[in-house]
Design a protein around this ligand. Structure first.
Ligand SMILES: [Mg+2]
Length: 225
C-alpha cells in the first residue's frame, strides 16, 4: 500500500495497448473494405505502414503539440475505417487492466492522458473499444486545440500538486513538459523504442524505465518511501 496518493497518467498506444503490430493488417482490411477492386492490397498496406511509422517519430520544435493528418489518405472515410479496424485488432498489454484497477484500489487518481488521432474523436472511440475507458477517473486528450502544456495545467488545476507520475512509451514527449513534481516513466515498447536515443533520455530528470506494466507498481513503491 502506498503511503501517499499520486496522480498517475497513462498514454494509450504502446503504453496500455499494443495498437502497433496490427497497423499493417488494419490497413489491409481497410483497403479491402474501401477499395475491394484495388490490386496489390497487401503491398499497399505495407507501404502505408511504412509511411505511418514516420509519424511515430519524435517531433520537436514548431511541429510538436499540433496534430495534423500527414496525407489525404489519413483523413476522411478511409482513415476512419482504418482506425476502426485498428481498434478491433488492438490488444491490451499484459497486466493493463489489473494494474489500473490496483492503482484505483490504492486510492490514486488514475487518468488517461494521450494525444488525439488524426481525426478528432477517434482516440476516445478507441479508448472505449479497448474496454479500459471506464476504469479511468478522467480522460484527457490533447492535440486538437489543446496543447500538451495546457492539458498538464488542466490536470494541476483539477487535481492539485500531488506527485504526477507520467507513463508514456514516447519519452521525447516528456521534454520540457511536466514540472518539478513530475516523475517520468518510460514504458519501453519495441515499436517506438527504436526512436529513443541517449540524447533524448539525458534531457529527462526523474526518469524511470519499465519493460512491463507490473513494474510500475515497484516504481511507485520506491517513490512512496
Ligand atoms: Mg504512445
Amino acid at each position: 500500500m502506498c503511503s501517499f496518493l499520486m496522480i498517475i497518467a497513462f498514454d494509450f498506444d504502446g503504453t496500455l495497448v499494443d495498437s502497433y503490430s496490427c497497423i499493417e493488417e488494419a490497413f489491409y482490411r481497410a483497403l479491402r473494405r474501401t477499395y475491394p477492386w484495388f490490386p496489390g492490397k497487401r503491398y499497399m498496406a505495407k507501404l502505408l505502414t511504412k509511411i505511418e511509422l514516420q509519424f511515430e517519430r519524435p517531433r520537436f520544435g514548431r511541429h510538436s503539440g499540433k496534430i495534423k493528418a500527414p496525407m489525404k489518405i489519413f483523413q476522411g472515410k478511409f482513415a476512419r475505417i482504418w482506425f476502426e479496424e485498428r481498434a478491433k485488432l488492438t490488444k491490451p498489454l499484459e497486466g493493463a487492466r489489473e494494474v489500473l484497477k490496483e492503482l484505483k484500489r490504492e486510492g490514486h487518481i488514475v487518468i488517461s492522458f494521450s494525444a488525439e488521432d488524426f481525426i478528432p474523436g477517434v482516440k476516445e472511440y478507441r479508448l472505449r473499444q479497448s474496454g479500459l475507458y471506464d476504469i479511468f477517473d478522467d480522460v484527457i486528450i490533447f492535440g486538437h486545440g489543446v496543447s500538451i502544456k495546457e492539458a498538464f495545467r488542466l490536470v494541476r488545476e483539477k487535481y492539485g500538486n500531488e506527485t504526477f507520475v507520467w507513463v508514456d512509451d514516447k519519452p521525447w514527449r516528456f521534454i520540457g513538459n511536466g514540472d518539478e513534481n513530475t516523475e517520468y516513466v518510460w514504458m519501453y515498447f519495441p515499436y517506438t523504442a527504436r526512436f529513443v536515443t541517449k540524447e533524448i533520455l539525458d534531457k529527462i530528470p526523474h526518469l524511470h524505465v519499465i519493460y512491463d506494466l507490473w513494474s510500475l507498481l515497484d516504481v511507485l513503491r520506491r517513490l512512496s518511501v
